[in-house]
Design a protein around this ligand. Structure first.
Ligand SMILES: [Zn+2]
Length: 142
């Protein structure tokens, strides 16, 4: 598809900063929508984080820290929040992957096997995030 760049358009890929309060409300929405009530989530919003988002689960506990980049690509904020909360919702999948690799893959193949599984999980979660955001069009980002 060809897109013409018009005078006054935002630069392609230009980021915009979204208020922290918006992220808090959106995080509460996805936590409830995905049935993650039992999780104690610490939400961190950083202006120029190295990633769009990150979900660090504290193994053995129902606690985690989700970090989100505050300056986002236009239209991407909702996907970023949904994506990180989907990592929590899919936690059992990650745990199963790790168990299969630890118990059934040779020591020399474990790193490569885990990398393949992590890449596949990222693609699946990103697709789910985009689908779920499209299914909730009543919510918008600022
Ligand atoms: Zn991810």
């Amino acid at each position: 598809m060809l897109k013409l760049h018009q005078e006054g358009d935002r630069k392609p890929g230009a980021r915009k900063s979204i208020p922290r309060e918006w992220f808090e409300a959106e995080a509460a929405f996805w936590k409830a929508a995905l049935g993650l009530d039992e999780w104690d989530v610490t939400l961190v919003v950083r202006p120029k984080f190295k990633l769009e988002g990150e979900c660090n689960v504290h193994v053995g506990h129902l606690t985690c820290k989700i970090t989100l980049r505050q300056d986002v690509l236009p239209g991407e904020a909702r996907y970023n929040v949904a994506h990180e909360f989907l990592h929590l919702a899919m936690r059992a999948w990650d745990t199963a992957d790790e168990k299969v690799v630890n118990e059934h893959v040779s020591d020399t193949g474990q790193t490569a096997a885990l990398a393949i599984l992590v890449d596949g999980t990222e693609v699946a979660i990103e697709r789910l995030a985009h689908s779920l955001v499209r299914l909730t069009p009543d919510r918008t980002e600022p």
